[in-house]
Design a protein around this ligand. Sequence first.
Ligand SMILES: *[C@@H]1O[C@H](CO)[C@@H](O)[C@H](O)[C@H]1NC(C)=O
Ligand SMILES: *[C@@H]1O[C@H](CO)[C@@H](O)[C@H](O)[C@H]1NC(C)=O
Ligand SMILES: *[C@@H]1O[C@H](CO)[C@@H](O)[C@H](O)[C@H]1NC(C)=O
Length: 394
Amino acid sequence: MWCLLCVVICVPGCISTDGSGPDHLYSALAKTLCGGPVGRHMPTEKKKQQDRYPDKSPNKSLELLRECEEALRTRPARLHRAFSYQNLSGDLHQKTIRVMQWNILAQALGEGLDGFVRCPLEALNWSERKYLILEEILTYQPDILCLQEVDHYFDTFQPILARLGYQSTFCPKPCSPCLHLANNNGPDGCALFFRRERFELMGFTHLQLAATHLHTNQVAIVCTLRCRETRQMLCVAVTHLKARSGWEMLRSAQGLDLLSKLKTIVQETRRIGVDEKVSRMGVPLLVCGDFNAEPSEDVYRQFATSSLGLDSAYKQLSCDGETEPPYTTWKIRPSGESCNTLDYIWYSRQHLSVDAVLQFPTAEQIGPDRLPSYNYPSDHLSLVCDFSFCNSPE
Ligand SMILES: *[C@@H]1O[C@H](CO)[C@@H](O)[C@H](O)[C@H]1NC(C)=O
Ligand SMILES: *[C@@H]1O[C@H](CO)[C@@H](O)[C@H](O)[C@H]1NC(C)=O
Ligand SMILES: *[C@@H]1O[C@H](CO)[C@@H](O)[C@H](O)[C@H]1NC(C)=O
């Protein structure tokens, strides 16, 4: 099988060079998209049995990883990151849920507006950068994947990840800055992927965030999932709040709006009470996002103190249980260097426990030119956590 894979991968012309070529990644793929029009948040009919499980043989994930390695063979070694574990009282027999949060950097913005002066344009060449992004995802194999700044959903991430067994939905920004740039690939937005083998989609909502009743250009997705094995329910949200300093008040208003909508969705899910446990205990919640806000900002405090009982996963697993990582993004623009903590994975501490987090690379590993670079595709680092449900299902 190894030899066969190798031959397949090395055949010239098999690897796309411009992102639109007819290589096998981009051929007509299974149509498993669940997104579509903005939906009301109501549990949907159970999907039919036939599309429950992805085709597992051959190992497509391994196949694609090899393809990534081949496409990236001239790039420097990728950052090595280890997990740090916390061994709590959790049910050891329970399979953990791996969650990845990542602002992958919109291709149009990376090449255009963002002005990463220490990153050569060549390093951002989509025909290779897409493999760096896919490789990062495949390396950690998340069960739930929350992405921001996705401007290659329909031609890249949706079809490829569907083939690997993910179901997904995409919510573009109503007025994406990408649309003003030359050679854009459409609007950027948030995307949420989950493994169909592990979860069943019960309902989803696309939200346009409001600030004191006015619509803003920022969005969120909320999905209600049910674990196929344990039948546990789980609400997962992904968002990307307004960027840049000077917009703290707007981020704060967007955060409040998202929190209030999440409360409604969680209550509704609880009321519909798919099972008795949900009615009694409430619904576990995960909120992943690029909040564009340091921990000192209002919007962070609102999430940390909300009645939803949320905690930040990386803070929880820090040395003292009180500290966010020193950075989740690090870049050099004409205006200077910025090294900030802006990305978070929030979880409801009553329902979930964090078992592990993926550590961040050191300044030395990242290198003097910071991010993005030849060996890392985004100005934001990925956040990866393993969760388990606090109470094993009765
Ligand atoms: C991008 O990379 C591909 C494959 O390595 C190469 O063929 C192409 O010329 C590059 N494009 C630019 C603009 O450098
Ligand atoms: C497929 O390969 C991945 C590594 O890329 C591994 O984690 C996974 O367990 C493999 N799946 C099967 C079904 O062998
Ligand atoms: C915690 O769990 C990890 C992963 O299961 C294991 O490798 C590690 O040895 C454990 N640490 C302790 C202190 O038990």
